[in-house]
Design a protein around this ligand. Sequence first.
Ligand SMILES: O=C(O)CCC(=O)C(=O)O
Ligand SMILES: [Fe+2]
Length: 327
Amino acid sequence: MSRVVDDLGIMDPMEKKIRSEITELGLEPYAEELDERGLTVIPPEIACPEGLSDRLLDACLQIAENRNGFRPDLDKAVEHAPKNSDRYKGVLGSEEGDSPIGDLMQSILLEDETFEEALLNPVLLAIATYLCGYSSVLYSMGCFVKGPNLTELPLHADADGPSPLPLHATVVNLTYALTEFNRENGATAFVPGSHRWCRSPLGAETKVIDNPEVVSVECEAGSLVCWHGNTWHGAFNRLAGGLRVSIPLVIARPHVRTQENLINRVPGEVLARNSARFSILTQQGLYKGWANQEEAISGGERATRCQAAYAKELGVNPARHVGSLYA
Ligand SMILES: O=C(O)CCC(=O)C(=O)O
Ligand SMILES: [Fe+2]
């Protein structure tokens, strides 16, 4: 991404801040790869220190047990049939009786404190900020549990909107691979460089298996797979037995309509135990979504308080740099 220099020749302070964070965390090669290919994979030792990946996997299996009434067996499950897997039968190109996704458990953030840690992971936030800025918010955070299946997930871009999509990212997908990803395991499939095409794939272009430019993500459990919202991606079907478990955590610029609505839905004690950035990420700084005059007024006050606390924590006020890609 090009460097933004203002009229006085001074580099954008928001850009300066994120570039120094990227350097401090040793993420420069990954940021460069994102610029060039529209995707990068950060290995477990950088992305998931202190056993984060194992703890996340455990928390996800617990949610699956709470929601479905049984704990998925990662190794043995020949078929994984959670209550709601039927939702995807016959959609996204699948034949009747097969799901390209498996179980997608939505809205997991508030179900275990480990997910708060996953959202505030400095490595994840540095990449999220690099692509979507310091004021970015959580778009959605869920968990995929995918067993053997026949149907690939068609290629698509995660960014919504008409063509041309902006060249800058409006969303960024940061997926914790909690089990090993490879072709046999039904890994995510990408078209490298497609983030620059600024459009979604159409018709026959959406077929994963027919596209000679498609690559499979190959990475260890605990890796963080990151991609620009314009990047064409889907998933191979899973040929191996057992289950693939991952947490797609999508971050968006604050003007984007998010999948999850967290405004006024995060308990005070959760906000109190976390940073001002957590409040921003969980949408408490957004002045949107009111249903009446009272909510419009109280929402404005909430958003102003939240943004002021965040500016103090950051040491720079993103609201003063609204023209910056990194604000
Ligand atoms: O299942 C996958 O590997 C890809 C899922 C996907 O498209 C997404 O998380 O945006
Ligand atoms: Fe996607």
